[in-house]
Structures are given as C-alpha cells and as structure tokens.
Design a binder for this molecule. Structure first.
Ligand code: SF4
Length: 366
C-alpha cells in the first residue's frame, strides 16, 4: 500500500507545510523554488535528506524519485509527515474535519469529537499542488464548518484556476442564506458528492442513524441545485437498501433529475463497514438483478449512472463499461486470482482491506 504517513526527523519545532523537490538539477535552478520548497540532498536506501529555508528534513522509507512535488504536512513533535498532495496521483483528498452529525452504519472513517482546523495548512498545500488536478475535500462532515469551507473554496478557486474540487458532504447543513456564498464560487469546478441511500425516508434515516436526515438531504440537494452546483449522488449498496434500489432509481429520475452523476457503490471493509460487514455486505455478483434494473432505469431516463468499486468480473459483461476503476491508488489491491486476468488493466480491484475470502459467488473471468 502506498504510505500516506511518513516517518521523519526535522530541526523544526512547529508544524509546517513543505513541498519536496527531488528532481535532478533543481539545486542549480533556484529561481523556480518557493520558500515552501525543500530540495533533495543526500539519499540512501533508508532515508532522504531535504533542506529549504531554515529547516532540514529527513524522510524515511521513501524513494526520493517518487516524491518530487509531493506536499507534506510535517508534525515535528510526532516525528511524522502526512502526504497531503502526491504529485503523481489523481487521488488526493484533504480531511477537513473528523466530526460528523451522522453515524452511518458503514462509515469508513468513524467520526471523532475533536476538531483541528487544518484549512490554513490546506490552503498552502493547494497553492503548491501540481497543475490541472482535482482535489477531494472530505471528513467527517466538512460543512459542519460551512463558512470556513465556502471561504476556503472561494479563495482557492480564484487563486488556482486550473484546480477542481470534489467535496463529500451529507448536505444536511445548507440553507437558503448560503445561495449568495455559493454564487461567489466557480461552481463548474466543484463536484458535490452527496450520499442518498434510499427513497424510503425510514431506510435512509436508519442507515445514517439520524432522524429527519432524508428530508434534510432533499432540502440540501434542492439548494445546491438552485445554486447551479454539480452533484454526484452516492449510494453505497448494502443489504438494508438493496431491495429498494430500483425504487431509488425511480426517485432519482423523477425528483433529482438535475444530478450530474449517480454512483452506486460497493461497500468498503473498514471502520463501521468492517464491524457490520456480515449484516451489510451485499453480494452483487449473485443479486445483480436489483442493481441492473436500477441502472437500466436511471440510464434510460438520462441519468449518468455508474458503478463504483465493483470488481469487473463480478458484473455481467454488458454492465462492465459502467464500472470505471474508482478505488484510490493508495488503497487498491488485487487478489491472487487476478494474475493473468485480461480485465486487469481496466479493473479497479479491491480495497486493500477487503477480506481475503472476498464474498463474491461469481468471481473471475470464465
Ligand atoms: S479477476 Fe481480478 S482483475 Fe480480473 S476482473 Fe476480477 S477482480 Fe478484476
């Protein structure tokens, strides 16, 4: 697995953001460097030394040639650095907060009470990011800090016209007063990922463990629509909502036809998803009918419906074109049966932490 947290040593005391520069010849090209850049000096098989400004930084366990342009958040007291932006990846996500007002049955990142405001550090990271990239903002629930988030987006969209954002939100906290602030954003460059699990309020509220959540998400989606925002509906497929997927498809086509995408997603075996795996995991290779009908209905009515996180061989061949490789590079893996598979190049495989007994009755290309 690609490490996102690195062991470091530094002579700095306070946390800081730094961009690593390890390409050859950079030392002779100082005009291209900013005060946030640290240039590679010595590198051994175990560590690489960088220096820039007044600080030195030793990073362990990396190949220096793999981290050129990476933006790190260095925490000297802990001896760690978080790779906020990996220059060679299109899967960079910044965690705005670990707080959340929902408690979803399958939450991959169970919420915590404490909150540390990282947005000032994230601003620097975004400004140092490579060109023409998309950056994810997630949580927890980022809109618990809605004013700060919208202001962050406003500044970053203006400062970096080449960068797009993907914001994951439960859309519980928007109100009509936000329309003015949303109107200040270049909304063509922000995709809002909003989970809706069922068209039955009772089922949706049960999955997110919050009474009234379904009504609130409808209201939030309506406000986002009014603002002209781009929306990606996200539905994790589970035993509690599988039977109602076709009804949800009908609801999406009639009540939410303005969405840009609808993603039906396979479950991730981590956090609460792992704790509740047996009661949640739905073997879509055996019960694909319910998924196929929902997908057909949505697509036939003009909704851009997709399947996220489904191994290709678990799908009937004619549905594979709707299943792009979506699992982030740092948490993607394949199982032994994948060796030699003709679909490997297009298949997103599994989450790194997926059980070895993968749970799909129909698996492998025959
Ligand atoms: S065998 Fe592996 S690589 Fe091939 S389609 Fe299945 S999961 Fe993907």
């Amino acid at each position: 697995m690609i490490p996102l947290r690195l062991k470091i040593e530094t002579d700095a005391i306070d946390p800081y953001v730094v961009r690593l520069r390890s390409f050859e010849g950079v030392a002779h090209d100082t005009p291209t460097l900013s005060s946030f850049d640290a240039v590679l000096g010595n590198a051994t098989g175990e560590s690489a030394d960088f220096s820039g400004g007044e600080r030195t930084l030793r990073v362990f366990g990396i190949d220096a040639s793999d981290v050129n342009g990476d933006v790190l958040f260095v925490v000297p007291r802990r001896g760690t650095a978080h790779r906020l932006i990996r220059a060679n990846s299109r899967h960079n996500t910044l965690l705005v907060t670990e707080r959340c007002d929902q408690l979803c049955l399958m939450c991959s990142q169970p919420p915590k009470k404490q909150h540390v405001d990282m947005l000032p550090y994230f601003e620097t990271a975004v400004l140092l990011s490579p060109e023409n990239t998309t950056i994810g903002l997630s949580g927890g629930e980022p809109t618990l800090f809605k004013s700060e988030l919208l202001e962050f987006l406003r500044r970053m969209l203006a400062a970096r016209p080449d960068i797009d954002f993907h914001v994951l939100t439960n859309a519980q906290h928007f109100d009509r007063d936000d329309l003015a602030k949303l109107g200040e954003l270049d909304l063509n460059r922000v995709l809002w990922g909003v989970p809706v699990y069922s068209s039955d309020p009772y089922v949706h509220d049960g999955i997110v463990a919050k009474p009234g959540a379904f009504d609130k998400v409808r209201e939030g989606l309506s406000i986002l629509c009014q603002a002209g925002a781009k929306i990606e509906l996200r539905t994790v497929l589970m035993k509690p909502n599988a039977a109602g997927l076709a009804d949800l498809a009908g609801f999406v086509t009639t009540s939410l036809p303005f969405v840009d995408k609808w993603a039906i997603m396979q479950l991730e075996n981590i956090g609460y998803g792992r704790q509740n795996w047996d009661s949640l995991f739905f073997d879509s290779s055996r019960g694909f009918d319910t998924v196929g009908k929902a997908l057909d209905l949505a697509i036939s009515r003009g909704i851009n419906a997709m399947l996220y996180n489904f191994p290709l061989c678990t799908l009937p061949p004619n549905y594979r074109p709707f299943a792009p490789s979506t699992i982030s590079d740092w948490k993607r893996t394949y199982v032994s049966e994948c060796a030699g598979c003709g679909l490997l190049d297009d298949c997103g495989g599994f989450f790194e932490w997926h059980p070895k007994a993968h749970g799909y009755e129909r698996f492998g290309v025959t």
